[in-house]
Design a protein around this ligand. Structure first.
Ligand code: ADP
Length: 262
């Protein structure tokens, strides 16, 4: 049976006077691959920060693996890759293997001898993101998408049950987005990792996610992929509070911008 991994119950949040999240109710079950979409400023990062305990819950409750977040301790069960992870420049002196190993440093301590079992774990994590050929390469020589895979491997090395990714396809070349999603799909389907992916971009939600949540201060929609795809353009516009064509345009524009110089 599916177990609730994240339970968000009547959560509202404000930094200043006005709520940036309003009465959010959202449950993510084990095995889900949820894509949270919403325009810039819709509260996606704020929601993630609440889930990661980087912001204190003001109103409502957040439970992780069945426990109230204030009492939750098993943080090794949650892997997180932030938005700005894949931006090492070419000179950065660390190999893929070393970067992924640093996901174990809490346990190992820096510069301690690494046993066979830990080495195997690191290699396994590198394989599960399809980067085995690059284990000895310097991280800075890799493309944005390859670096993103390495940071996912770094998050996987402690064997998390839930993996949270903030805008993971931002640095990924448009032509590699599909295979990037296939890799995430394998993590979800083959390794059984519950995935939560945030994007400001309705266009990057592929057929791989099992569920979609649309956020724009309120949670305007939450359902499985089939329900999401059956929404018509008017319902979509309503969800976003403005014209979807504008969003589609921004989507292309955004990728164009981010692609430049990479
Ligand atoms: P998203 O991730 O969807 O772009 P955010 O959660 O970052 O949205 O922001 C939601 C709203 O909260 C925005 O209006 C943003 O300007 C505001 N906001 C975010 N962080 C802060 C902060 N530290 N202080 C004040 N306002 C903030």
């Amino acid at each position: 049976m599916a177990q609730p991994i994240i339970e968000i119950d009547h959560v509202s949040y404000r930094y200043e006077k006005d709520n940036v999240l309003e009465d959010i109710n959202l449950t993510i079950n084990s095995g889900d691959f949820l894509g949270i979409v919403g325009p810039n400023g819709s509260g996606k990062s704020t929601l993630l920060k609440l889930i990661l305990n980087l912001l204190k819950v003001q109103k409502g409750s957040v439970k992780l693996f069945g426990n109230e977040i204030s009492r939750f301790k098993d943080w090794q069960n949650i892997g997180f890759v932030s938005q700005k992870a894949n931006s090492f420049n070419t000179g950065f002196p660390a190999t893929v293997f070393e970067v992924v190993s640093s996901g174990l440093t809490k346990k190992l301590g820096l510069f301690k001898f690494m046993g066979k079992a830990d080495q195997a774990k690191v290699l396994h994590a590198i394989e599960s993101v399809g980067m085995q050929e690059f284990a000895g390469r310097n991280i800075g020589e890799l493309s944005g998408g390859q670096q993103q895979r390495v940071f996912i491997a770094r998050a996987l090395v402690s064997d998390p049950k839930l993996l949270i990714l903030d805008e993971p396809t931002v640095g990924v070349d448009v032509k590699n987005v599909q295979s990037f999603y296939e890799m995430l799909d394998d993590l979800n389907k083959k390794l059984g990792i519950t995935l939560l992916l945030v994007t400001h971009d309705i266009g990057t939600i592929s057929d791989k996610v099992t569920h979609v949540a649309c956020l724009n201060k309120n949670l305007h929609f939450h359902g499985n992929t089939a329900e999401f795809e059956s929404l018509n353009i008017n319902e979509m516009s309503e969800i976003y509070g403005h014209d979807v064509h504008v969003l589609t345009h921004n989507h292309d524009h955004h990728h164009h911008d981010k692609g430049a110089g990479r």
